[in-house]
Design a protein around this ligand. Sequence first.
Ligand code: UDP
Length: 249
Amino acid sequence: MEKLDMLYKGKAKKLYSTDDPNVLWVEYMNQATAGDGAKKAQIQGKGSLNNRITTVLFRLLEAEGVKTDFIRRVSDTEQLNEKISMFPLEIIMRNTAAGSFAKRYGIKEGTQLKRPILEFCYKSDDLHDPFINVDGIVALGLATDEEMAEVSRQTRDISEKLTKIFHDIDVKLVDFKIEEGKNKDGEIVLADEITPDTCRLWDLKDGSGKVEHLDKDLFRRDLGDIIPAYEEIYKRLLALADRRGVKVE
Ligand code: UDP
């Protein structure tokens, strides 16, 4: 497989074409951003850790029957993904109130929700990814009702599986963001990344009840270095994959 032209440069990844029109070459960068790009830094080792963490998580989910666009990891910071047609949506699931949700409704961060909440944001840098509901998505032609029913079903399923994965490594999955798209066979699949950049992960290990962040909130809120936290998540996930007999390259 040959890495060809750069197609797109995002905040944390670069996408390249390859000699196969159905395959994308994805490079994870060391760049960290927060607050819609207002805060920016280069953090040595982040690209490699996120590339590896997303590889383990996608392999663990695939082992449980989740369909994804992931092909394989090809280097420290790079992986191959199927080229799919992405829905321009950030799909967010929340188990516990935190971040913008806690702020929006004036709830204390950490409040357990009576049921998980599925939210959508319209991916648009110019508009700062505004909140949108299914009626808005269908009315704007971003996806059909049927597609949104399937996206929602898959996201709730992924949420249950991810919550269990993190519970098994003594981490509370507070909330997360995923993206989905349609592959060449018209199937809706999980895409993009699942990393501590896109999840809120609270350590349950010390049992004191004090929140210990193992995610990008360390960077967003100037709470400390993200690398030891991301390394800890990676180490625990690898051990879980081993316990579950899931092969990770
Ligand atoms: N999230 C993300 N990308 C975004 C916005 C949010 O990955 O552009 C993730 C974030 O890491 C968290 C969840 O989605 O796990 C919910 O984020 P929230 O809406 O609370 O936004 P924030 O407080 O991070 O602005």
